[in-house]
Structure formats: C-alpha cells, structure tokens
Ligand binder design. Structure first.
Ligand SMILES: Cc1cc2nc3c(=O)[nH]c(=O)nc-3n(C[C@H](O)[C@H](O)[C@H](O)COP(=O)(O)O)c2cc1C
Length: 137
C-alpha cells in the first residue's frame, strides 16, 4: 500500500488551564491507535495552535482526517502538505514540541496564510523540519 503524508495546522480549543494534561491525553490515545494503523508522525503544540504530521497508508490517514475534522478540541484545520511519500521521516509517533516560543508560533501562524501559498508552503517546510529535528533523540 503506497505511503502518504499529511501535515496540517489547527487552532486549539483547549482551555489554557489544563491544556497540557489534555494534550497528554490526546497523545496517549493517539500513540496506541496510530501504532495499530501503521501511522507515524509527530504533534507540535504552541499553546494556541497544533501542527500534526501523519505518515502511513492513505486509507488510515483519510480515516483519521475525517475524525480530526470533527474533534471539538481544535478547529480551523488547514492542510499544508499532502501527498505521496517515498520513505517515512518519523520512525515513531511522538510529541515533537510543546511550548509558547514566539519564534515557533510566528511560523505556525504563517501556515494559516492561505492567501499567500508561497509563504504558507515555506512556513510548512520550516515547521516540518523543526518537528523532524525535535523528534530525534
Ligand atoms: C490535535 C489532535 C491530534 C490528534 N491526533 C490523533 C492521532 O494522531 N491519532 C488518533 O487516533 N487520534 C488523534 N486525535 C483524536 C481524534 O480526533 C479522535 O478523537 C480519535 O481518533 C478517536 O475517535 P473516535 O472516538 O471517534 O473513534 C487527535 C486529536 C486532536 C485534537
């Protein structure tokens, strides 16, 4: 089955107090479910936004994408990179970054800039590389 990769950004709907616990809960369930479905990737959380990279069989990604879009813990999902993948970049499923750094937040905000696809795609590539670096031991 051909590999697909999907990266999207979304706006967190988690109440700021207790957000970290809620993210931990998302991660815990996601790790188990994704392992069963052959999905790898990473989740980044800035306090305001999520960015998620998913890699795996197209059917598994499509199925999860449907669920993610109706999940009330976030909204305004913007797909940033979506397409066939030769080789996985994330060997596991992990939290790649969590924190309020303005440096990261500014780039993530650019991923919502659908009116400027060039800036949007440049920001997505930058964030993807950051997530990859953070996912390494
Ligand atoms: C930011 C975010 C990332 C998520 N990532 C995953 C994930 O990688 N895998 C997963 O199974 N569920 C993930 N979820 C949870 C799904 O949206 C959904 O709740 C879960 O698949 C269970 O759906 P179900 O109870 O309808 O079967 C995520 C939720 C949020 C808000």
């Amino acid at each position: 089955m051909p590999l697909t990769m999907l990266m999207y950004a979304s706006i967190s709907r988690l109440p700021p107090e207790g957000a970290m616990l809620a993210v931990e809960a998302i991660l815990k369930r996601a790790r188990a479910r994704n392992a069963r479905r052959g999905l790898t990737g990473a989740l980044l959380f800035t306090g305001q936004h999520f960015v998620q990279v998913l890699e795996g069989p197209a059917a598994a990604i499509d199925g999860l994408w449907g669920k993610l879009q109706t999940d009330p813990r976030h909204e305004g999902l913007v797909p940033a990179i979506h397409g066939p993948l030769q080789k996985r970049r994330f060997d596991n499923w992990a939290m790649s970054y969590s924190g309020p750094s303005q440096f990261v937040s500014k780039r993530v905000q650019l991923m919502f800039n659908v009116d400027d696809p060039v800036a949007q795609s440049r920001a997505a590539d930058w964030v993807l590389d950051l997530m990859y670096q953070f996912s390494k031991p």
